[in-house]
Write a new protein. Structure first.
Length: 367
């Protein structure tokens, strides 16, 4: 059998590594099948049938047709157990059974069965053997490349930068009313629906240029601070596989309509796994919004090398004092996590004061 020679550009290899794409499954459009970055970016994993090496070996030996088999592995990958269900002979099945450490249990003889040790203390408490066995069953998987990168960067940020947090309450009455007025005009013009996150983002974009320490970054050696005269806004997007942060570059030069279009394009390509590495780099400030999941309050870890990150929680109806009376208002909590090496408490408070004013008096967004 002729071994396929895989040709790919360095950019394609880097993107495949980042997205966890097997290059052997990608069809290249370049000269002699060479794989380019766009081939990897446009690769749809779900359109392919992926089989583990052991599952493929078992299928080949026993002439099992894998067409139509739905795998139980990651992204429907066909695993060993998915193929073994088509084999009725228990002795043949036993040859491929593995113990808890990944070793083959039996190669011949009667079928082996796995037993789970039961602690005497559990039995003394009246727990059944079956119940104890269920409690001790677990599954161990290898971290994906994306998860490894997230783990590394979050650890570097959390343990490398001393931080402090300020949490503020925002009256969302005006901002929600503004969104209601803008939904139809922007939808008619762009085909996109303006969200609360879009309007919060615009308030942040308008406020950042007045606070250079908030819109700054520090080098790895922690010896220099860079002040950015532009706003590249990162928006954290959660996927099942992990967290990505697409970046709207030059956001301070955009109108609300332009920002909505740019943000929706990046978000859609994030969910379809078509976001390019360059579109995740270069942010000067980041927003993380979990409000749509009903989260009351949370604090995010700084997206290094940013100096700060804004956490946005849900909006809830609350009784608050207003002009000497108690009224019901939609209140949102936002939290700013700041790198104390760059930002002091007073600096953060001034930024949050201006941001609160912009969100509660939405006329300032258009001045």
């Amino acid at each position: 059998m002729e071994k396929r020679k895989m040709r790919a550009t360095p950019a394609a290899r880097a993107l495949a590594k980042r997205l966890g794409v097997d290059l052997l499954s990608v069809i290249g459009t370049g000269y002699k099948g060479r794989i380019h970055k766009d081939d990897v970016a446009g690769f749809n994993y779900e359109d392919k049938t992926h089989v583990s090496p052991l599952a493929q070996r078992i299928a080949d030996i026993h002439n099992i047709d894998l067409k139509g088999v739905i795998g139980t592995g990651f992204r429907n990958k066909i695993m060993k157990d998915d193929v073994l269900q088509f084999i009725e002979d228990p002795e043949i099945k036993s040859r491929f059974m593995l113990d808890d450490f990944g070793y083959q249990m039996v190669t011949s003889g009667p079928v082996a069965t796995k037993t789970t040790p039961v602690k005497q203390a559990d039995v003394a408490k009246g727990e059944t053997v079956e119940g104890s066995a269920q409690q001790e069953e677990s599954e161990t998987i290898k971290m994906t490349q994306m998860r490894k990168i997230i783990s590394k960067r979050m650890s570097e940020s959390f343990f490398g930068a001393p931080t402090f947090i300020q949490t503020w309450e925002i009256d969302m009455t005006e901002l929600l009313a503004l969104r209601k007025r803008l939904i139809d005009p922007i939808m008619e013009k762009t085909g996109k629906k303006v969200t609360v996150t879009d309007l919060i983002s615009m308030a942040v974009i308008k406020t950042l240029p007045k606070h250079k320490y908030i819109n700054s970054s520090m080098n790895k050696e922690a010896t220099e601070i860079t002040f950015h005269n532009y706003v590249n806004l990162g928006i954290a997007v959660g996927l099942d596989e992990g967290l990505l942060v697409p970046v709207v570059k030059g956001a301070d030069k955009m109108s609300l309509t332009e920002f909505v279009v740019a943000m929706k394009d990046l978000t859609e390509r994030t969910f379809s796994k078509k976001l390019l590495p360059d579109e995740q780099a270069g942010s000067t400030f980041t927003i993380s919004n979990l409000g749509m999941y009903g989260v009351d309050e949370f604090t995010a870890i700084i997206n290094q090398p940013n100096a700060a990150i804004l956490s946005v929680a849900s909006t809830q109806q609350r009784a608050v004092p207003k002009d000497g009376e108690i009224v019901i208002r939609p209140i949102m909590k936002i939290s700013l996590t700041s790198d104390h090496r760059i930002i002091d408490g007073l600096t953060a408070a001034k930024f949050m004061t201006d941001l609160k004013a912009a969100m509660e008096d939405t006329l300032t967004l258009f001045i």
